[in-house]
Design a protein around this ligand. Structure first.
Ligand code: GNR
Ligand code: NI
Length: 182
């Protein structure tokens, strides 16, 4: 198992701006594989490198119901956007908190794939939302930044409480870990 630790709000490392990937090589592919493992195990529909404390412009997604559509975006750029949509978002770095966020409804994204080949994809629905959410992470931005300072303050307190509770129930678990399901 190659599961990576996911940073949690308000960890200041989540505020780091990622820099472009310079080489799509075997080291990067090993990181991509570990990010997919981490995302599927969480479980989540997307993961940005920032969340695992790697400050490179890289994200993975799989918004399919049966988890059979892994997508990897290296140095992603949104080259077109249209419409607007409000979705209830969650984030693995802000566990158990959900809030409505407005995003573009459709985006055209240009990126490199895991072989270093450029591709473009027209995303809509959950994929469009997810890619925008992940690209925010690469800029050091979180979905809670779209909320009021008051709401953000409440979320900070709630997360602190949840973490303390987690420690009393299962002291061996650190941040980002979960209690066994069985
Ligand atoms: O798993 C996730 N679900 C989700 C739901 C609605 C909008 C965005 C997301 S992304 C999130 C995983 C995550 O935190 N990626 O950064
Ligand atoms: Ni997130």
């Amino acid at each position: 198992m190659n599961k990576l630790t996911i940073l949690e709000f308000p960890d200041p490392r989540l505020r780091t701006r990622a820099t472009p990937v310079e080489a799509v090589d075997d080291d990067l592919r090993a990181l991509i594989d570990a990010m997919f493992e981490t995302m599927y195990a969480a479980p989540g529909i997307g993961l940005a490198a920032t969340q695992v404390d790697v400050h490179k412009r890289l994200l993975v997604t799989d918004v399919s119901a049966d988890k059979t559509e892994p997508l990897c975006f290296i140095n992603p750029e949104i080259i077109d956007r249209e419409g607007s949509i409000i979705t209830e978002e969650g984030c693995l770095s802000v566990p158990e908190i959900y809030a409505k966020v407005e995003r573009a409804e459709r985006v055209r994204v240009r990126a490199l794939n895991r072989d270093g080949m450029e591709f473009e994809i027209d995303a809509d629905g959950l994929l469009a939302v997810c890619v925008q959410h992940e690209m925010d992470h690469l800029e050091g931005k979180l979905f809670v930044d779209y909320l009021s300072e008051l709401k953000r303050q409440r979320i900070r307190k709630q997360l602190e409480k949840n973490r303390k509770h987690r420690e009393t129930v299962e002291p061996s678990l650190g941040a980002g870990d979960h209690a066994p399901v069985i």
